[in-house]
Design a protein around this ligand. Structure first.
Ligand SMILES: Cc1cc2nc3c(=O)[nH]c(=O)nc-3n(C[C@H](O)[C@H](O)[C@H](O)COP(=O)(O)O)c2cc1C
Length: 178
C-alpha cells in the first residue's frame, strides 16, 4: 500500500471478525513498529499480546468501561503497550534532560503506536488504540515487569466494519508560520 493511502485509509476499527491474527503477521507488524523514531534511539516501547479468551474476558469484566469492553470482547487479540521507564528523556544519572521531564516516554509510545497501527493496516488488520482503563490495576493484573509501565491498549483483528473518517481540521487551523 502507498504511504499516503495507508495514512488516509487507516481508521480506528471497533468490530472484528473471528479470524485469529497469525503470529507471523503480528511479528511483522512489531518489526515495522520498531522503526519508529525514539529519544536517542532508546526504543522503550514493548508489546504484550493477549489472545487467551479467558484473560480477555477478565479484562473486559474487571477493568474496562463498557464502550471499550464491547470492543475487546469481539477482538481476537489485545496488545498491551508498555514502556521501559526512566530512559526516554532521562540522563544516565536519572535526572531529566529537559523541562518536559518524563513526558518524552509518552511521546515515544505515541509514535510507536501509530507506526504499529499503520503497519497493521498495511497488513489488512484493523486496530483501535484505547486509553480509558485503570493503568496501575490492569498493569498489575498483566504482570507488567517492575521496570515497565502500561501505556495503552490496542485491539487488533481483521475488520468487520469500514468506518468513515471522522472530520479532520483544515490546514489553516493546524499550521501557522512565524
Ligand atoms: C491516545 C488515544 C486514546 C484513545 N482511546 C480510545 C478509547 O479508549 N476508546 C475508543 O473507542 N477509541 C479510542 N481512541 C480512538 C480515537 O477515538 C480515534 O483515533 C479518533 O476518533 C479518530 O478516528 P480514526 O482513528 O478512525 O482516525 C483513542 C485514540 C488515541 C490516539
Amino acid at each position: 500500500m502507498e504511504l499516503k493511502e495507508c495514512i488516509f485509509t487507516r481508521r480506528s476499527v471497533r468490530r472484528f471478525d473471528a479470524r485469529p491474527v497469525p503470529h507471523e503477521v503480528l511479528e511483522q507488524v512489531v518489526a515495522q513498529a520498531a522503526y519508529a523514531p525514539s529519544w536517542k534511539n532508546t526504543q522503550i516501547s514493548r508489546y504484550i499480546a493477549i489472545e487467551d479468551r479467558s484473560v480477555l474476558d477478565a479484562i473486559c469484566r474487571d477493568f474496562l468501561p463498557e464502550h471499550n469492553a464491547n470492543i475487546v470482547s469481539g477482538a481476537p487479540l489485545l496488545i498491551a503497550q508498555t514502556f521501559i521507564k526512566g530512559r526516554s528523556g532521562f540522563e544516565r544519572d536519572g535526572s531529566y534532560t529537559t523541562e518536559r521531564k518524563d513526558g518524552w516516554q509518552h511521546y515515544d509510545c505515541g509514535i510507536a503506536a501509530q507506526t504499529f497501527c499503520l503497519a497493521a493496516h498495511d497488513a489488512g488488520l484493523g486496530t483501535v488504540i484505547m486509553g480509558i482503563f485503570p493503568h496501575e490495576e490492569l498493569g498489575a493484573f498483566l504482570n507488567v515487569p517492575e521496570e515497565q509501565e502500561l501505556m495503552a491498549l490496542i485491539a487488533v483483528g481483521y475488520p468487520a466494519e469500514q468506518p468513515n473518517a471522522p472530520k479532520r481540521k483544515d490546514v489553516e487551523t493546524l499550521l501557522t508560520y512565524r
